[in-house]
Design a protein around this ligand. Structure first.
Ligand code: KIV
Length: 260
């Protein structure tokens, strides 16, 4: 089993679509590891797992704990960990925190949200040997609500210039979130590093979704999410049956008992 590298991800641009999903734990990472090029330990876990109102409440320690678990379950995929809000406010703070994430978790790269405003931080991290994935378009750490980006010429120009500046700063790939199709296409054509879309059309070099949304575990189903299963229903059925069997004393049966 060959480990996926940043170089192998970059070689896929314009050739093979890059597959990415989020994971927050070892058992899920073990499954993704067989199929996904990139596993993202997203700070979406704040909302998905912890019921926070936004990703802004997520702490560095929480990200590190989940990233450690994910890395234990991953042998092949490239693991990228989100740097939480305010943990990369300047290049020295960013370096200290990124180094901590990489050292404790053994992940392969970190992801930062922002555009031109963080180009100096990105190039500093890269110069210190820390691989960085960028995140442009809709920025959950800063957005107060979900809204498609790039509908106006002004916004289009700004997001395109963010993409160009981040790729020039050394980001190895960019997540492009919730932008109009024409802008996703233009960014993908103009920059040399892969674009990974979420709600950003087929014109990106790869796709990412939040795993809980695509397997039907969460209650969040915007238009861009395709639900590949309804895991919530399967879990509920199992729990219902277990409770019925405990109440009727069908569980545990002889098979589940230690007899010396
Ligand atoms: O936090 C996250 O899960 C993300 C993805 C939505 C790209 O950033």
């Amino acid at each position: 089993m060959k480990k996926i590298t940043i170089e192998s991800i970059q070689k896929k641009k314009n050739r093979y679509p890059i597959t990415c999903l989020t994971s927050y734990s070892k058992p899920v990472a073990e499954i993704l590891d067989k199929y996904c090029d990139i596993i993202l330990v997203g700070d979406s876990l704040g909302m998905v797992l912890y019921g926070m109102k936004s990703t802004r409440e997520v702490t560095l320690d929480t990200m590190i704990a989940h990233a450690k678990s994910v890395c234990l379950g991953t042998k092949r995929s490239l693991v990228v960990v989100d740097m939480p809000f305010k943990t990369y406010s300047n290049k020295l703070v960013a370096h200290k925190n990124a180094k901590k994430i990489m050292k404790i978790t053994n992940c392969d790269a970190v992801k930062l949200e922002g555009g031109k405003n963080i180009e100096g931080i990105v190039s500093y991290l890269v110069s210190k040997g820390i691989p960085v994935m960028g995140h442009i378009g809709l920025l959950p750490q800063y957005a107060s609500r979900f809204k498609t980006k790039g509908k106006t010429n002004f916004e289009k120009k700004q997001i395109l210039s963010d993409a160009i500046s981040l790729s020039k700063s050394g980001a190895f790939a960019l997540v492009v979130e919730c932008v109009v199709e024409s802008l996703a296409k233009e960014i993908t054509n103009k920059i040399s590093v892969p674009t990974i879309g979420i709600g950003a059309s087929k014109y990106c070099d790869g796709q990412i979704l939040v795993i809980d949304d695509m397997i039907g575990l969460s209650n969040f189903y915007p238009k861009f999410v395709k639900q590949y299963s309804k895991i919530r229903k399967i879990i509920e059925k199992s729990i219902k049956k277990y409770c019925q069997e405990v109440k009727s004393r069908r569980f545990p049966s002889a098979k589940n008992v230690y007899n010396n």
